[in-house]
Design a protein around this ligand. Structure first.
Ligand code: AMP
Ligand code: MG
Length: 402
């Protein structure tokens, strides 16, 4: 038996490369991983500019008390720049965002100004008021987004604000997905007695795509050695990660073991966790191989715990684990000490803050327990039964990222 953390460390240690970089349009870069530190080529904002609609003046003209009268020498519409200089006794009318003209260092908001013809009366106001300084958002040369960041809408906007139309990101990790077993039928086709429809290929594909990978569907492979071997070899040529589900505990266990022994390498792990104990981890050529358990909840959970960190590391992400936090158990939970248990939970925000309850029956074949849930409840190894009101660790689905 190994612990979940030992398994994760062992897997991450085997990921020693990242996918190559590629240039993509910023408009299509949502969710991609930045391949290099992004440095600002210039100051943002590029020049001192007005934070309000008003009058640019020199602070030398600001009255100590009462009001001062100045002469308006230009009325600038939005988007235009005054190329002269503001001299003593003068003012220039400017719009929000317009560069502050030479000679001026303060902007008096228009609502504080009395204007008659070309004359304005201004009150006293602090020197430098309403001026956004060049570089106050970003300094030229500063790293604005570090390498390995996942690009969210705000990062896309920041990249565009630097005038860039394309961005260097890591190629998506390709993940080949196969189901094994003669008892598994293809959805949309008739099902023979004793067969169940394949759900794992579809939930695993969703997990791959949600994690930023590209799924390649290799269908259902029958329990025939040559077919399995041929399919796994083909999959390893098409993808950096090859996933099978089913056949790890019994059934074609020996078949997977034989085939992997011939074309790569494989370890079978008993992980001290519930659900999803048996897991096969190996290599086929240059690809990582994961043999996930067949039970639908266990296959999703082992993906989340073991495959996703590897995928994220291969994709060049800085963070390979999502954020977890604590919540108050709204009900008692059964827990066996000595293993890490994962319950499907429903997080709600109430008068006591974040509270969590389980979705009900927690069997590893009960896929509706995942459907009802919005988080995993993580109960650490040393822990025994949980009483209502105790604090437990949770990890929301649709991961929050650090
Ligand atoms: P196994 O890991 O092959 O022993 O399978 C454990 C359980 O998972 C059995 O009830 C299988 O029928 C079920 N199972 C295996 N593969 C799939 C699949 N692709 N989709 C849904 N259930 C599966
Ligand atoms: Mg099977």
């Amino acid at each position: 038996m190994i612990s979940v953390q030992e398994g994760q460390a062992h897997i991450l240690a085997q990921v020693t490369s990242v996918t190559p970089p590629e240039l993509v349009p910023v408009a299509h870069a949502l969710g991609r991983v930045l391949a290099d530190d992004l440095q600002a080529p210039f100051d943002v904002p590029p020049a001192d500019n007005s934070a309000v609609d008003g009058y640019a003046v020199s602070s030398a003209d600001l009255p100590v008390s009462g009001a001062a009268t100045l002469h308006v020498i230009a009325d600038l519409p939005a988007g235009s720049v005054f190329d002269g200089a503001v001299k003593v006794g003068q003012a220039v009318r400017i719009m929000t965002g317009a560069p502050v003209p030479a000679g001026a260092d303060t902007v008096v908001p228009q609502e504080l100004v009395e204007r008659v013809g070309d004359a304005i009366k201004i009150p006293t106001i602090a020197k430098g008021a309403n001026v956004r300084l060049a570089g106050e958002d970003v300094r030229a040369g500063a790293v604005v987004i570090p390498s390995g960041s996942v690009l969210r809408p705000q990062e896309l906007g920041l990249i565009a604000s630097l005038g860039l139309l394309q961005v260097l990101v890591r190629q998506r990790v390709r993940v080949a997905i196969l189901s094994t077993g003669d008892e598994v039928a293809e959805p949309g086709e008739p099902r023979k007695p004793g067969q169940i429809y394949d759900s794992n290929r579809f939930s695993l594909r969703g997990l791959v795509e949600e994690a930023g990978g590209v799924a390649a569907d290799f269908g259902i492979v029958p329990d025939i050695k040559d077919e399995l071997k041929a399919k796994l070899l083909e999959a390893s040529r098409a993808a950096e990660i090859v996933l099978t589900s089913g056949g790890v505990s019994v059934g074609i266990y020996d078949l997977v073991k034989d085939v992997l022994g011939e074309i790569g390498g494989i370890d079978f792990w008993q992980v001290a966790m519930q659900p999803g104990r048996p897991l096969a981890v190996g290599r086929i050529g240059g690809s990582l191989f994961f043999g996930l358990p067949g039970n639908p909840v266990a296959s999703m959970l082992t993906f989340i715990l073991f495959v996703r960190p590897a995928l994220w590391k291969l994709a060049g992400r800085r963070e390979t684990f999502p954020v977890q936090f604590t919540a108050i158990a709204a009900e008692p939970m059964r827990k066996k000490a000595g293993r890490r248990e994962f319950k499907r939970g429903i997080l709600t925000f109430g008068s006591r803050g974040w509270e969590v309850r389980t979705t009900g029956p927690q069997g590893s074949g009960i896929l509706t327990s995942m459907v009802a849930a919005n988080c995993l409840i993580i109960l650490e190894e040393p822990r025994g039964d949980v009483k209502a009101g105790e604090t437990v660790l949770v990890e929301p689905f649709g991961a929050l990222h650090a």
